[in-house]
Ligand binder design. Structure first.
Ligand code: KIV
Ligand code: NA
Length: 264
């Protein structure tokens, strides 16, 4: 297996080869995804939801996310590990963005960072890439801005498609190596994908993106409650785990576990 580099992803776009990205937040799951051959793993600030139990991604801090990055990097030596920059750690200035990105590279050993926004963060993307750090951008629905976007809604519909296209072009020109497009109409995502030379990574953005991403707990059926329309459940890990825990408890209570084969 080769170590995934950003130039491989550009080449795959040129070759029309699709790829999948998953989130990961710890060593054990990262190992499994590495074995499955997932080329890019995102330590998303969605850890706010699935690891820390917050309602939105707004509260998560660098100190909460950084240790998760270290675990994922150890578990997936061949994947390109991308670390999300948390809300409030890059918006103020290119210098703030660079300082935060450097922490994720130095202390987290990430291979790249990701931040949310288009034109409004182009200067940040330029500063980070100029320092030798690959940047993945994220446009369309940007969860850290949920409070100004009016909730979890599709972006780039109708007249708003012009801004979406402008944002995608801006991040490419600023030096991003890829761009996530979240919750945008499939035809707009297709147009953007054809316009850009860097790969687009869709989530709720239809089937014409160069790549796709899902939060792994959504992908594997390991979530609490309702999921978005764009989620497909490829397994029932939550049900398996619940059954395992229930069976374990009942075997402990009844004295079936541990048996002679588990004893010294
Ligand atoms: O934090 C996250 O999981 C993400 C992906 C859904 C793109 O940003
Ligand atoms: Na994110």
């Amino acid at each position: 297996t080769r170590k995934t580099r950003t130039h491989h992803l550009l080449q795959m776009k040129a070759d029309g080869e699709r790829w999948g990205m998953l989130t990961a937040y710890d060593y054990s799951s990262a190992r499994i995804f590495e074995e499955a051959g997932v080329p890019v793993l995102l330590v998303g600030d969605s850890a706010a939801n699935v690891v820390y139990g917050y309602d939105t991604t707004v509260p998560i801090t660098v100190d909460e996310l950084l240790p998760l990055v270290r675990g994922v990097v150890r578990g997936a030596p061949h994947a390109l590990v991308v670390a999300d920059l948390p809300f409030g750690t890059y918006e103020a200035s290119p210098q703030q963005a660079l300082e935060t990105a450097v922490r994720f590279m130095k202390e987290g050993l990430a291979g790249a960072v990701k931040l949310e926004g288009g034109e409004r963060v182009a200067a940040q993307i330029a500063a980070i890439t100029a320092a030798g750090i690959p940047v993945m951008a994220h446009v369309g629905f940007t969860p850290q801005s949920v409070n100004t976007l009016g909730g979890f809604r599709v972006q780039g519909r109708g007249d708003a498609s012009e801004q979406l296209v402008a944002d995608a072009i801006a991040v490419q020109e600023a030096g991003a190596f890829a761009v996530v497009m979240e919750m945008v109409p499939a035809d707009i995502a297709g147009q953007v994908t054809r316009k850009l030379t860097i790969p687009t990574v869709g989530i709720g953005a239809g089937n014409e993106c160069d790549a796709q991403v899902l939060v792994w707990q959504d992908m594997a059926g390991y979530t609490n409650g309702k999921t978005a329309k764009f989620v497909k459940k490829f397994a029932d890990v939550g049900d398996s785990l619940r059954t395992a825990a229930t069976t374990y408890l009942s075997e402990v209570r009844s004295g079936v576990f541990p048996g002679p084969e588990h004893s010294y």
